[in-house]
Design a protein around this ligand. Structure first.
Ligand SMILES: CC(=O)N[C@H](C=O)[C@@H](O)[C@H](O)[C@H](O)COP(=O)(O)O
Length: 228
């Protein structure tokens, strides 16, 4: 789908984004399955989908009629979410209208900066937008200065900057909303509809839910843990 940046920003206002990801080696780790999962969540009302991996982005962009937030996870340590300008460019070329990029101040594998990655996205498609995956309010402030279009809380609890809260990091959400003027997308450990409602009530532009909707292995474990 082709929306202008303004239309895309408006399209997700007050809405739910669903992250459709399976991890390497998992049974559902196939691009066509990701695309069908994305179609399924769009039928349920998702205003956008978040998808990892170039082949998954390509398959999903063809399958759904909502914006695709694309990212490329490379590795597991340090900066692994769309770590370099080359990764960012590839996400755009695969069909991502919004590219999610690690916006922490940790060193990137090729020595580039978050700003370099933003530039690569805009050069690849001037209408593509950037979601900054932040771990703390300082990341959000720096990402806004570097040209991010959305400020995400994705990495809160996954770096030494902040403790991992069991649910959404509500303290960070308050800090972020007070510190940045770009739309804030809350992501990370939104596990219940009530969490989502609380996050939106605080003033998030939109929110992204992954595990609690699209990761059956984790969901099964949650239930099993209740009887073990
Ligand atoms: C930290 C990291 O790598 N987060 C990833 C980002 O794409 C995904 O593994 C998460 O599932 C996603 O952020 C959604 O969060 P949750 O699954 O908690 O609803």
């Amino acid at each position: 789908m082709t929306l202008s940046p303004e239309e895309m920003i408006a399209a997700i206002k007050g809405k739910l984004i669903v992250s459709c990801q399976a991890y390497p080696g998992e049974p559902l780790r196939e691009p066509h399955i990701t695309a069908m999962m994305a179609k399924a969540v769009v039928e349920g009302g998702a205003a956008a989908v978040r998808v990892q991996g170039i082949e998954d982005i390509k398959a999903t962009a063809q399958a759904v009629d909502v914006p695709v937030v694309g990212l490329w996870k490379d590795g597991h340590e340090g900066v692994y979410i769309t770590p370099t300008p080359a990764h960012a460019k590839a996400c755009v070329e695969a069909g991502a209208q919004i590219v999610a990029i690690d916006a922490t101040d940790r060193p990137r594998p090729d020595g580039s900066t978050f700003a370099d990655c933003v530039k690569a996205v805009k050069e690849a498609n001037p209408n593509a937008l950037v979601m900054a995956d932040c771990s703390c309010v300082e990341d959000g402030i720096a990402a806004e200065k570097a040209g991010a279009d959305f400020i995400g809380t994705t990495l809160a609890g996954y770096t030494p900057s902040r403790e991992k809260t069991p649910g959404p990091d509500f303290e960070l959400i308050d800090q972020m909303l007070a510190a940045v003027s770009k739309p804030v997308i809350v992501e990370g450990r939104i596990h219940k509809p009530a969490d989502l409602a609380a996050v939106m009530e605080k003033g998030a532009w939109s929110a992204c839910v992954g595990t609690a909707i699209t990761h059956p292995t984790s969901l099964t474990r949650w239930f099993i843990d209740a009887i073990d």
